[in-house]
Design a binder for this molecule. Sequence first.
Ligand code: NAD
Length: 259
Amino acid sequence: MTTKRVALVTGSTSGIGLSIASKFAAMGYDVAINSFEAEADVVDALRSVAGNGASVRYFQSDLSLNGGGYDLVGEVVSAFGQLDVLVNNAGVQKVAPIEDLPPADWDRIVAVSLDSAFHTIRAALPGMTGRGWGRIINIASAHGLRASPFKSAYVATKHAVVGLTKAVALETAEKGITVNAICPGYVWTPLVAAQVADQARVHGMSEEQVMREVILAPQPTRQFVQPEEIAELAAYLCGDLARSITGSAISIDGGWTAR
Ligand code: NAD
């Protein structure tokens, strides 16, 4: 890397996003981390990323609000001068049969994962195009490639994120910009921990049964993917030797989508 590069990771105060932000900081990037929470509530996350000695700043933005992602990119560019790597990671989940899924939860899931990616990409592309280099990574899911019951909003959103990835990759293919989706299987993070009780309710199972027979059932390795594995792949995609990987939906799912 010849010049300092700047990375924005949305939804990066916990789980996968926090791990990706830490990896980029360790690689010497300036890093913008984000969530909807007040800065006072994310000091531990900020400190854990900043502990790697990089320039790290927190940007509070609720990505469920229309246009939040567009303004967020503007703030990051104002603070750091440019944006080279955009990781659309923020996501939320709700487990329920579709007839019991409140429309407000549908709207929130679509807004946080899909709409926000549209807005951040629109805002980030002019600068990346002008510099002739950029990396966009959308954290989709195995649920961007396969469905599960009781996750209609999440499955629909993640499939759409994969489609968005492919379309933007084609539009930017000659501009030095790559656009890819990472499709993790189950990663043990607060997002997964929070759905164990919901899954137990809708499946009529104990939480122990849910872990064994629902959560890890589609993952042939029967092991959770670790957040650091996702971060390592994101880092690879940002290297110059990954310049020909674009428009891909890359699985890191313990064999889930091999079935
Ligand atoms: P997590 O709950 O640990 O982290 C989610 C992050 O998003 C948090 O920092 C949270 O503050 C932020 N966020 C939530 N709502 C927001 C909003 N309105 N505005 C701004 N930020 C918001 O979740 P995770 O498991 O690390 O998931 C990260 C991404 O990976 C998500 O897109 C998720 O769908 C995807 N994913 C997770 C798994 C898994 O098994 N954990 C599997 C596949 C894909």
